[in-house]
Design a protein around this ligand. Structure first.
Ligand SMILES: O=C(O)c1cc(=O)[nH]c(=O)n1[C@@H]1O[C@H](COP(=O)(O)O)[C@@H](O)[C@H]1O
Length: 230
């Protein structure tokens, strides 16, 4: 069963609430990220998610001590999911996990996700950033590192779901953005697949923003994606 996470990429609580009202019933969680929390703060993110589970996507990436403290600071928000960048390294990921274990109540611990290689990067983008080998090789390298050092799951593109399953088995929770329904126009996302393809590959969750929030009818767009996942 693959769930749908709705990405609420806006600075406006009113806009975010409207998207949740229109499309929320099709979604198992909503995601608020840097754009929203820098403009409005974490408390407003919690309020905006309302009764939906909150994926707080802050993609933390800093020295271990700073990330540990940042994760601790999020305890009052009780998010359902949290992100750190796997590229921050073993000690940083372990520090984030320690903070999840020691700062959150046992029944409120978030799922700690490590972002592997952003879905907006292709082989050329990685090469320009000094990474040898393509996205698949890098995702496998970072995915293994993150899972060995305390992540509960990984964020990856749909193209790496099967290779990750082959390498790491069923246990990592795989959360997959870079989702574009078949008739979508090209944009900043590079490593994409349709919702049905991501489901078939073995994604636990897909993350979808603009194909729903920018659709003429967000409710219908969300329902169509949920149907594809069913
Ligand atoms: O961590 C993420 O959620 C994330 C990782 C990644 O590699 N790619 C990616 O697109 N995302 C997020 O997933 C969402 C995708 O939104 P759309 O491209 O509008 O569907 C955005 O909120 C991104 O911040």
């Amino acid at each position: 069963m693959t769930g749908l996470i709705l990405a609420l990429d806006t600075t406006s609580p009113e806009q975010a609430r409207e998207w949740v009202r229109l499309a929320g019933t099709a979604c198992g969680a909503v995601k608020l990220g840097l754009e929203f929390t820098l403009a409005r703060g974490v408390s407003e993110a919690v309020a905006t998610a309302g009764t939906h589970r909150l994926f707080l996507d802050l993609k933390l990436h800093d020295i271990p001590n700073t990330v540990r403290s940042a994760v601790r600071a999020l305890a009052p928000a009780r998010p359902f999911m949290l992100t750190v960048h796997a590229g921050g390294g073993a000690a940083m990921i372990a520090a984030a996990r320690e903070a999840v274990e020691d700062a959150f109540e046992a029944d409120a611990r978030p799922i700690l996700l490590a972002v592997t290689v952003l879905t907006s990067l292709d082989a050329q983008g990685l090469h320009e950033a000094g990474v040898a080998g393509g996205p698949r090789q890098q995702v496998l390298r970072l995915g293994r590192l993150a899972m060995e050092h305390g992540a509960h799951g990984l964020v990856c593109s749909p193209h790496e779901v099967s290779p990750l399953r082959d390498a790491l088995g069923a246990s990592p929770l795989l959360v997959v953005p870079g989702i574009r329904p078949a008739d979508s126009a090209a944009d900043d996302q590079k490593r994409v697949m349709t919702p049905a393809e991501a489901r078939r590959a073995g994604a636990d969750w897909i993350v979808v923003g603009r194909p729903i929030t920018r659709a003429a009818d967000p409710a219908a767009a969300a329902a169509a994606i949920a149907e594809e996942l069913a």
